[in-house]
Design a binder for this molecule. Structure first.
Ligand code: NDP
Ligand code: 2IT
Length: 444
């Protein structure tokens, strides 16, 4: 399709050295071919050219002082990508690998993910190349305060509402919120993932992992199957991975492996999530410690080996491009039936193609991990309504949203002649609403 190829080649020429952004845009735009074909009016108003160009990119200096008195300077980013259907919404990532390409790929994905939730939220993303690992609480606090001292002027509960992502959890959100409140002099729902004592929502912590597993269960149910008795591999050992593992186990599956960025554990008897939580959430330690504490468990240095473990279901929940063609081939060889993406863009384009060709049910990130941001939007609703819902209430709304997203992408794929291709289905279902809002709002 000529129009899409033109937009993609212009995007690559105008944004060189942004491989992750190119990758996300390629996946999305290729999935949109049938929609663009059905809507020639899009090209006349340069809809796709506008869709792939962020409305605003903020880049700033984040100076901070460590415990020994040394001064450090990190880069800060906020990409306000698209506000057609609601205020910018998306997480902040603190990880040494963060750069503009990574924040832009995440922001572009976020637009469609947020649209899929059915809630009124636009797309944005931000972060820093700061590494919270090995820093004291006071260092993390000083960094967060410096970061917010610049970010605060760009955000607001009806403008842009950040949240967590890799390296940004409850501790960081607390420090960021404290500084926002101090500078802006308002106790507003300007960040989500807040603590329960200052405006947070029950079930937000669990939401991304639980939501992923609710969608997996629905996909299996539609095939006359379920999680009960299934062997599951979960990559990662952070927020998404932990609660995905916990929910999968509670629905009768056996999780046999998980990893952090150093290596993976294999526990043939089934991973004990409470031990992982203690090591990663409480001690902020390394997953290696699991094998020292649990009899019969093994630890292997390095991450890639995790895909060689036979499983029915693989849930990549750590980071982008962690599941490549070689990993996909191993999973297929061992009979994997379903891959559900908990992380953002964890599977390479080659990996996706191999899995889909082999008939593996593939649930793409922007649909499968949308439970986190959906629950963030529920947190926003509770904040503005000055209400507080029970865990069961939020959890049941989350489940309803995930089941809905599954059927919406399934139906969109069928409607546009690509039945079973959920990558295309999710892109189409998410894009249709954003496109209609952009068309209605004129050339902006
Ligand atoms: P966390 O920081 O809580 O956990 C990240 C986990 O992934 C850690 O176990 C980390 O290992 C591991 N990891 C990070 N980078 C790498 C790497 N290069 N190689 C191997 N392992 C790595 O983050 P989250 O769980 O919040 O996020 C995980 C993924 O889910 C990300 O892709 C994020 O964008 C996505 N996501 C998060 C949502 C949320 O609500 N939090 C919502 C939707 C998607 P280590 O412990 O060694 O650092
Ligand atoms: O990738 C994501 O959807 C998130 N990190 C969560 C964003 C949010 O605003 O809750």
């Amino acid at each position: 399709m000529e129009y899409i190829e033109k937009v993609l080649s212009e995007l690559k020429a105008k944004n060189p050295h942004e491989p992750e952004f190119h990758q996300a845009a390629t996946e999305i735009l290729n999935g949109l071919k049938p929609v663009v074909k059905a809507h020639p009016e899009y090209e006349k108003v340069a809809l796709l050219e506008r869709f792939v160009e962020p409305e605003r990119v903020v880049m700033f200096r984040v100076p901070w002082v460590d415990d020994a008195g040394n001064v450090h300077v990190n880069k800060g980013y906020r990409v306000q990508f698209n506000s057609a259907i609601g205020p910018y919404k998306g997480g902040l990532r603190f990880h040494p690998s963060v750069n503009l390409s990574i924040i832009k790929f995440l922001g572009l994905e976020q637009i469609l993910k947020n649209s899929l939730t059915g809630l009124p939220i636009g797309g944005g993303k931000g972060g820093s190349d700061f590494d919270p690992k090995g820093k004291s609480d006071m260092e993390v606090m000083r960094f967060c305060q410096s970061f917010m001292t610049e970010l605060f002027r760009h955000i607001g509960q009806d403008t842009d509402v950040p949240a967590g992502d890799i390296g940004v959890g409850g501790r960081e959100i607390g420090y960021l919120f404290g500084q926002y409140k101090r500078i802006a002099d308002e106790h507003a729902g300007v960040l989500t993932g807040r603590g329960l004592s200052y405006g947070g929502s029950l079930a937000r912590t669990e939401a991304t992992g639980y939501g992923l597993v609710y969608m997996v269960e629905e996909a299996l149910k539609c095939r006359g199957d379920g999680l009960k008795g299934k062997t599951v591999v979960v990559s990662g050992a952070g927020n998404v991975a932990i609660y995905a593992a916990q929910k999968a186990i509670s629905l009768g599956a056996k999780v046999v492996a998980m990893y952090d960025s150093n290596g993976y554990i294999y526990d043939k008897n089934g991973v004990q999530v409470e031990v992982i939580k203690q090591i990663k959430e409480v001690e902020r330690g390394r997953i290696k410690a699991y094998a020292d504490r649990v009899k019969g468990a093994e630890y292997h240095e390095g991450c890639k080996g995790i895909w060689s473990i036979p499983c029915d279901i693989a849930l990549p929940c750590a980071t982008q491009n962690e599941l490549d063609a070689a990993g996909a081939q191993l999973l297929i060889k061992n009979g994997v039936k379903l891959v559900g993406e908990g992380a953002n863009m964890p599977t390479t384009l080659e990996g996706i193609a191999l899995l889909q060709k082999a008939g593996v049910v593939f649930l793409p990130a922007k649909a499968a991990n949308a439970g986190g941001v959906a629950t963030s939007a529920l947190e926003m609703a509770q904040s503005s309504g000055r209400m507080f819902w029970s865990f069961e209430e939020v959890d049941s709304k989350l489940k309803g949203i995930m089941v809905n997203i599954y059927h919406n992408m399934d139906e969109a794929a069928k409607e546009y002649g690509v039945a079973g291709d959920y990558v295309a289905g999710a892109n189409i279902a998410g894009f249709t609403k954003v496109a209609s809002a952009m068309m209605a709002q004129g050339i902006v």
